[in-house]
Design a protein around this ligand. Structure first.
Ligand code: CA
Length: 227
């Protein structure tokens, strides 16, 4: 799960990054509202502070909703009921008042993700042995390495599933980005690389996902080729 935190307070943002990491969530942080749309494709959920220094948080919220289906949880220091209603009218999926409990935030994140539905991608198929003790179980959305469960973000899981479907053939960058993120944007290649790098670290099998220079990635079950 990758959470885009839009928060101008450095202290709050740093605390959130640490707290959410304990729940297996990766945080991208923006201190202002103007670049949010550029970072949206890599985000599973947006946590949006309404009190931003550059733009009106409610306008940011509305533009996120116009751009797509990424769930938005609005955060505000002010808890007035009318503001909450305004936030929801601007397309927010949920609303939290500062200060809030991290456990509650995590529960809300999972809830808005469930409401927005599962990741786009191929239909579930039976668990598959990818080699090297790595088993991908799409029906349960679980990856195990040597029998131990490994927590992957939605998009990391989708990238791995596409590579598995290709049976060792190359998946081009364009294909992976189009299938997992639904569209291309200027930072797409970099975002894909970051997801693959995280995937390799989490798998503990660096050779399993091989780079095909200038083309894309492919799975190498015995992990001895490529790299
Ligand atoms: Ca603020």
């Amino acid at each position: 799960m990758r959470v885009l935190v839009v928060e101008d307070d450095d202290r709050v943002a740093a605390a959130l990054r640490t707290a959410l990491a304990r729940y297996g969530m990766d945080v991208d942080r923006l201190a202002t509202g103007r670049d949010v749309l550029d970072h949206l494709p890599a985000a599973d959920v947006v946590l949006l502070d309404l009190g931003l220094p550059d733009v009106d948080g409610l306008e940011v919220c509305r533009s996120i909703r116009e751009a797509g289906e990424t769930p938005v949880i609005v955060v505000s220091a002010r808890g007035r009921v009318d503001e909450r209603i305004v936030g929801l009218h601007h397309g927010a999926d949920d609303y939290l008042v500062k200060p809030y409990d991290v456990g509650e935030l995590v529960a809300r994140i999972h809830a808005v993700r469930r409401r927005r539905g599962p990741a786009a991608g191929p239909p579930p198929t039976p668990a598959r042995d990818l080699g090297g003790g790595v088993v991908l179980d799409r029906a349960r959305h679980v990856l195990t390495v040597e029998g131990g469960e490994v927590a992957l973000s939605r998009k990391e899981f989708a990238v791995l599933a596409l590579l598995a479907d290709a049976d060792g053939a190359v998946c081009t960058r364009d294909h992976l980005v189009a299938e997992v993120w639904g569209r291309r944007w200027p930072g797409a290649d970099r975002t894909l690389d970051v997801h693959v790098a995280t995937l390799r670290t989490k798998l503990g099998r660096p050779g399993l996902v091989a780079t095909v220079r200038g083309v894309g990635y492919r799975l190498v079950p015995d992990g001895r080729e490529g790299g």
